[in-house]
Design a protein around this ligand. Structure first.
Ligand SMILES: Nc1nc2c(c(=O)[nH]1)N[C@H]1C(S)=C(S)[C@@H](COP(=O)(O)OP(=O)(O)OC[C@H]3O[C@@H](n4cnc5c(=O)[nH]c(N)nc54)[C@H](O)[C@@H]3O)O[C@H]1N2
Ligand SMILES: Nc1nc2c(c(=O)[nH]1)N[C@H]1C(S)=C(S)[C@@H](COP(=O)(O)OP(=O)(O)OC[C@H]3O[C@@H](n4cnc5c(=O)[nH]c(N)nc54)[C@H](O)[C@@H]3O)O[C@H]1N2
Ligand code: SF4
Ligand SMILES: [Mo]
Length: 744
């Protein structure tokens, strides 16, 4: 007889029947994890549900809370459905049609360029378009408009990782993959809070740890959710990770724990690094980074003695004045222990936006498509010939980064700006300055899926874009996996795909008549495949097609034509349709430098952080929460996300709060050298007594106050370090302000 009783169904959980008629394959458009999603459509073709795709190696049927409600983002308030024009900001908008709008845009760009020079019109894009759209925008910006001041919001995000990869390995491109969790013997997470920011990568890590326990070490000044799950939490003094890295290398080299064979065969510069880290013995370093000397030694030994060890990192490293150096430091730690390109031994930046990789690869933002350089004459010629234009049209070196474009507007060097899928009035540091900067523009165009984004206030023109799965094309995720967004429904109203907008605007320029803009994203993808071929190119996608990508739920580059032929032969025997691509880079120890060796670079730590003082006694840290994405243009309008985090708030240590007589749930004013903001206090031991943490998702909040000093290599702002004081405010007025500020 069964030992189980048949349970009486008292309150059975019922999942509402969404009346799904058909499920369509696509890829999540929020973070860079790259989850495969299926969107459920009802009989009328309306998106009513989302679910994870069980065959996808990345997410294996799972989604995080943002993915689960992603089908709701199409039809929320504020979507742009008509092109809008006006003569001056703050005047009423006039609805327009596409031809008139794009004609005016083309003639305004030409007028500004003819009057003030080619580079006086700037373009700032994003990490959230499809790769084929990025490639087309590159053609338009570099090949037709020809302004050198063309960059992306990725300067706020991944620029330090790109710069650090290039300095260490000679090229951008994350060398590892999620499967490395299943092979590693030790993992350090630097300034990365996976459970909230990359929940499905976290789930992969947790699964791997449950199967085979290995130490997880988290370096973060705050007790994040990931820190709570860690074996060792190093609550580093903000902005001093570099001193800690140097000290770990000191111990490893001092105790002979390094991999000499690997260092000699595959790297250069060890002598310089040895000389530099001599200044960072654990006693000296502990005074800088706040981690005690024994712990530094202990962590160094665990890492170096592990069979395979890996480091992952995100914004805690990138968004600092030492961002690029921090990335190089992590790479060096892995190089000296022989942990690059082997299963479980790697240096893996966790990317931010869904397609921050795609823009690095194909948008021509910092160069030319396919990791080519403006500085390289052969690259300029190759692309000019391929596109059918004169190579002299290209500038010979990269122009301004996003964070230098705004100051150039201030000085009058730049007169016109086109923002594509980015919302700097909320996301840039020191927004009071950004506000004044935008007011100086002769001509500002916003191209966004939502007409109510804050930056639109200052615009002369608004172009309504289709969003996410109203379009078709690819995203590349953190582990170099190209996955496909399939169109599941038509764009709303008169909005158009960014792909279409770029193609049509190109017709307004002389070179637009010479350069071919394919009619479909697949046509653009085929051009990219051709450009990716070549001896020694890591970014080779020539073996991929849109269909093959969908059949495989994503393929990791490089994936060459030869790989594809080999897979087809193997598939003929096995009958399987899916292929994998390449899991790791540099497994052969050959890097993208002239002599094939990786660079070990000495990194002396210069403390230029804005540290707390008598007047501004608290460290101010900022970041994210799981249910919101960036400036909330999507998640702020989705009930099941916004309801969990509707109010701008600040984490504050209860002892510090008691000292200042600040109550949990009350409002305070935070003040920095830049400005002030009002936030609600949440007391928690997650933050140290002299530190606060504020989610950056809200308008008129933390970025009124943030510093944003720039990294010298990557030009990425230090969002994570700065200092503030906390003042009392009238509670009623603050509450009212809070209601007014919440635009949705
Ligand atoms: N839910 C959600 N997920 C997202 C996003 C989102 O907006 N919402 N955005 C996506 C994007 S674009 C990005 S870039 C990623 C960001 O992903 P993460 O970088 O993981 O997220 P953040 O909260 O910005 O910052 C991570 C951590 O850096 C720590 N930190 C601050 N200062 C330092 C320091 O000096 N040293 C170290 N070691 N750590 C420090 C902070 O305390 C914080 O816990 O998330 C992606 N995923
Ligand atoms: N204080 C502080 N500030 C930060 C950070 C921090 O940690 N702290 N993090 C920084 C980081 S890492 C990042 S990545 C930035 C993000 O900063 P932003 O890029 O400015 O923020 P988003 O809200 O993602 O803006 C993207 C815009 O694109 C629109 N959009 C979405 N999909 C499409 C599309 O398909 N086409 C078009 N045309 N538009 C679309 C959205 O509606 C939205 O308005 O913020 C940075 N700012
Ligand atoms: S983890 Fe990232 S990619 Fe996956 S469902 Fe969540 S937001 Fe989307
Ligand atoms: Mo980001």
């Amino acid at each position: 007889m069964s030992i189980f009783f048949k349970r009486k169904e008292k309150n059975p959980i019922r999942i509402a029947d969404k009346k799904v008629h058909e499920w369509k394959y696509t890829t999540c458009g929020y973070c860079s994890t790259g989850c495969s999603i299926e969107v459920g459509l009802d009989i009328d073709g309306k998106a009513v549900a989302s679910r994870g795709n069980a065959n996808a190696d990345v997410n294996r049927g799972k989604l995080c809370i943002k993915g689960i409600f992603e089908h709701e983002l199409f039809e929320v308030a504020g979507r742009g459905d008509k092109p809008l024009m006006r003569n001056k900001p703050f005047e009423p908008w006039v609805k327009s049609d596409w031809d008139t709008t794009l004609d005016r845009m083309g003639s305004e760009i030409k007028r500004i360029q003819d009057t003030y020079g080619k580079d006086s019109f700037a373009i700032v894009s994003t990490g959230q378009l499809l790769t084929e759209e990025f490639y087309s925008l590159g053609k338009l910006a570099r090949g037709c408009i020809g302004s050198n001041n063309y960059d992306g919001n990725t300067t706020l995000c991944m620029a330090s990782a790109v710069s650090g990869y290039k300095r260490s390995f000679g090229s951008d491109g994350p060398p590892g993959c999620y499967e490395d969790f299943e092979h590693t013997d030790c993992l350090i997470a630097w300034g990365s809070n996976l459970p909230e920011q990359h929940p499905i990568i976290y789930w992969r890590l947790k699964e791997a740890m449950e199967k085979r326990k290995f130490p997880l070490i988290v370096v973060d000044p705050r007790v994040t959710m990931l820190a709570q799950f860690a074996d060792i939490h190093l609550a580093v003094t903000p902005g001093t990770d570099l001193a800690l890295m140097n000290s770990l290398m000191y111990v490893i080299l001092d105790e002979g724990l390094e991999d000499r064979g690997y260092i000699n065969a595959h790297t250069k510069g060890i002598e310089e690094v040895e000389a530099c880290v001599k200044d960072y013995d654990p006693v000296s370093a502990s005074k800088i980074c706040g981690i005690d000397e024994d712990t530094i030694r202990h962590v160094a030994r665990i890492y170096a003695n592990a069979g395979a060890a890996m480091s992952i990192w995100t914004m805690g490293i990138n968004q600092s004045t030492h961002g690029s150096d921090g990335v190089v430091g992590i790479n060096s730690l892995n190089l000296i222990t022989g942990n690059i390109g082997k299963p479980g031994g790697t240096s893996l930046s966790i990317t931010g936006q869904c397609n921050a990789m795609g823009t690095r690869e194909w948008s021509s933002c910092s160069g030319l498509p396919g990791y080519r350089y403006l500085e390289n004459p052969a690259d300029r010629k190759e692309i000019a010939d391929f596109w059918g234009i004169d190579e002299e049209f290209f500038p010979k070196k990269r122009g301004l980064a996003e964070t230098d474009i705004f100051p150039a507007i201030e000085t009058g060097q730049i007169k016109g700006l086109w923002l594509v899928a980015t919302n700097p009035m909320t996301s840039m540091p020191n927004t009071a300055r950004i506000r004044k900067t935008l007011e100086k523009l002769d001509f500002l165009v916003i191209q966004d899926a939502y007409a109510d984004v804050e930056t639109t206030q200052y615009a002369h023109m608004f172009l309504p874009a289709a969003v996410w799965a109203e379009k078709e094309g690819c995203f590349t995720n953190t582990e170099r996996r190209i996955n496909i967004v399939r169109k599941v429904q038509e764009p709303i109203g008169d909005s158009k795909s960014d792909f279409w907008i770029f193609k049509e605007l190109a017709k307004r320029f002389e070179n637009g008549k010479k350069i071919h803009f394919p009619e479909t994203p697949e046509g653009a993808f085929n051009e990219m495949r051709q450009l990716s071929k070549g001896e020694g190119r890591t970014l080779d996608i020539s073996g991929m097609t849109h269909q093959k990508i969908e059949d495989s739920c994503g393929i990791q580059w490089p994936y060459t034509e030869n790989d594809s032929v080999a897979d087809e032969v193997a598939q003929g025997e096995s009958g399987k349709a899916s292929v994998k691509g390449s899991q790791r880079l540099y497994s052969d120890g050959k890097f993208q430098t002239k002599d094939g060796k990786a660079n070990l670079i000495p990194l002396p730590f210069v403390n230029n952080n804005e540290v707390p003082c008598d007047e501004f006694p608290f460290w101010m840290n900022s970041g994210r929460v799981v249910e919101h994405f960036h400036t909330r243009t999507r998640t702020g309008k989705i009930g099941n996300l916004n309801k969990y985090s509707p109010t701008p708030y600040m984490e504050m240590n209860p002892d510090a709060a008691a000292e200042l007589s600040v109550k949990h749930g009350s409002y305070v004013r935070i003040v920095s050298r830049r400005g002030d903001a009002v936030v609600m206090v949440q007391t928690t031991q997650r933050v140290a007594r002299n530190a606060v943490f504020i989610p950056f998702h809200f308008y008129d909040c933390v970025n009124r106050v943030s510093l944003g000093l720039l990294d010298p290599h990557s030009r990425q702002p230090a969002f994570k370090q700065g200092s503030i004081r906390i003042e009392a405010v009238d509670q009623e007025m603050a509450g009212q302000l809070n209601v007014e500020r919440r635009s949705y």
